[in-house]
Design a binder for this molecule. Sequence first.
Ligand code: NAD
Ligand code: IPM
Ligand code: MN
Length: 348
Amino acid sequence: MPLIAILAGDGIGPEVTAEARRVLDTLGLDLTYEEGLVGGAAFKAAGHPLPTETLDLARRADAILFGAVGDPDCDALERQFRPEQAILGLRKALGLFANLRPAKLFAGLEDASALRPEIARSIDMVIVRELTGDVYFGVKGIRTTADGLREGHDEMRYDEAEIARIARVGFETARTRKGKLLSVDKANVLETSQLWRDVVIEVSADYPDVELSHMYVDNAAMQMVRNPGQFDVIVTGNLFGDILSDEASMCAGSIGMLPSAALNDSNKGMYEPIHGSAPDIAGQGKANPCAAILSAAMMLRHSLDLPDAADRIEAAVAAAILGGARTPDLGGTLTTREMGDAVLANLA
Ligand code: NAD
Ligand code: IPM
Ligand code: MN
């Protein structure tokens, strides 16, 4: 029986993960669950944001359902002890280089979008974000210059193999959709981006059926609010993908709506909402659990080969939204639990 590691984490992480778990339980699937400590909660209980037992659990599990990490109490800790290191550590340790972040506007959420309804309606894209490289994992630190000044540095780097493998995920994803791939970079300024663009073009020779185009990231950020309907599959680096996906989420109604899958070569995956621990609303029942619930659906589809169950969850979320279920981020008054109830009520 497949084992799911539940790493709920901090802030609203446990609140939204509980709703995803209720939805999974209702489907009556043959799955077992094991919970692990992660993030600030793990640091406070066990002295480390990613305890060995949690990493072992993540390695043993067939898939990981992750909530969120991040705790203001921990922001002044030495970096290795900060909650965010848990998520970065899991991504790196499990080789989860391919991050799929679908952003689509659910019918009925036109008015929740930060964009005008007629612009928002067209949003249906997948951001394929590289997840184990870039400025996130380069040499970093704060050092002292010859003039005695403190100097922060974070090296941006990608080798061609890292670029080629995420490019392939982009092309493969494009094949399952409209056969169009947009690569987003900053090749007009950054050498790392120039190599990115060169390698993506080289890989495109293996995908003559996919139409490849390129865009600079600043323009992409602008186009995301001008005309997001032009985007279908975007492949980009770790930092640009992080920023563009938060931007896409608000165009699609709320950051509380966007799920994600982080995959390695063998489709082992970690599934999580793209949002964080939201300390400003934690513990108040205000969090939208849809991103977590939709992440569970992605888990069923990508790691557990249960596409029908995934479809059922996604249809239930869509029906709940269409029926008017709204947490405060969507302009409504439902609590996290009530939003979970609304999804459950729509599970066919
Ligand atoms: P955040 O995503 O936690 O919150 C940003 C804003 O969006 C907040 O106003 C929050 O209330 C709102 N929001 C987020 N998720 C929501 C939801 N499901 N429903 C309703 N509203 C929601 O980003 P932040 O405030 O920049 O970061 C807070 C902490 O989370 C930091 O410690 C950060 O490092 C961490 N973080 C973790 C992850 C992760 O675990 N994957 C992702 C992003 C940020
Ligand atoms: C995300 C988060 C993480 C990231 C942080 C918490 C390390 O923002 O998953 O989008 O930047 O990748
Ligand atoms: Mn982010």
